[in-house]
Design a protein around this ligand. Sequence first.
Ligand SMILES: *Cc1c(COP(=O)(O)O)cnc(C)c1O
Length: 480
Amino acid sequence: MDNPRRAHIKPYLFAMELPYIEPHKIKMVETIHTSTLKERSRWITEAKYNLFKLTSRQVTVDLLTDSGTGAMSDRQWAELIQGDESYAGSASFEKLRETVRELLGYPFFIPTHQGRAAENVLFSALVKEGDVIPGNTHFDTTKGHIEFRKARAEDCTIDEAFNTTTDHPFKGNIDLNKLETVFKSVPREKIPFVLITVTCNSSGGQPVSMANIKAVSALAKQYGIRVLFDAARFAENAYFIKNREKDYENRTIREIVLEMFACGDGATMSAKKDGIANMGGFIALREEDVYQQACTFNIMFEGYLTYGGMSGRDMAALAQGLKEAVTYEYLHGRISQVRYLGNKLLEYGVPVQQPFGGHAIFVDALKFLPYVPRKEFPAQTLAVELYKESGVRGVEIGTLLADRDPVTRRNRYPKLELLRLAIPRRVYTDNHMNYTAAALANIYARRNFIQQGYRIVREAPIMRHFTIELESAEEKTVLC
Ligand SMILES: *Cc1c(COP(=O)(O)O)cnc(C)c1O
């Protein structure tokens, strides 16, 4: 009232809250491949009902993974041109090392070609036969690298993580009682580290709270055990801390990230996730002696210490990607889009895991397709249906992924049978999310008519989901 210049806003009593917008605009586009139901039915049959065997041209919206599928920014592309390809001492390496030091606060840095390579190098130095590595649900390659060394990964995630409907803001948290039980029952020298995966990919991209990170760190310190991070989605985790945890709403993402990593002694990173790079990874460490040991393995497996399997240009683009990943604007756009898809599905009544994770939406296939027997793989059945309906490619996170028990050779039935829709970073628009949600809504409307799934024709002894061949369970049932 007092300020006449502001008088013009007074008469409006109603004002809409402006929606989030993508924090970028599009400079270059890539054509999307459309197809008919008839074509897709043929392609998926030829692919033996395994979505990994489809070519990208047969896929319309590809939500198979958010790994290495992000869109680089104009600044990242500019960095590519400036890449320094010197074998030793490249300027691009220094740029990446300094960026990681600044963000995570660890003095020692080793580049690798991707996340599992960082695990291979670091675990070669730290993990021995008979060791136990407790943590929240370990990622499959992480578990693979632990078990390959005849050590054991102990899942200490809180129980709430395994119920898709209970509301808990930090379902990636570690249960301190479970963790202490491991500390008490295993000799200290057999626990090389506790591993905190941020966000927890295997339990649905669920975040870990700062309070939990601090508590795990304090407990580990008490027992003299180091804490490492699997940092693939560290920035998304920091975003959830800022939005969901008391006392952090006014802190910047960078401050939160520094505080998280201050609770640990090192990290492995798949830069194909929050690095917004198409390839890359690294190890960051606080302890010099661990760094020295890892250096030897890096030279053996990855390459010399100033490139470790990455080209100079890739290191330069990754440094820029990491800087963008820790901005609130980027994270808000990214995670809002994931939430947008989740909310659309909820609107249609589709059962999805809640709260939504950072990088993906998980559809609960046991609730979605209650008539498909578990031995006929309900989540895979749903993935095939979604592909046929729309050309959208998701991925089964269920019995096929869980492999057989190594001893009994029986199928391992995990607690959850999920269809994961992973959202690539900065690639799709909200309309692609609308399309995906509408396709699932259509299948949901006819869900009770879907009563049969698939049966295995051929499978590999481990990691079978990548190459498995299936046939419709219907065919033979009809005959008998
Ligand atoms: C992707 C991922 C890895 C492995 O990284 P790659 O780059 O695929 O080798 C490890 N841990 C987590 C949590 C991941 O999401």
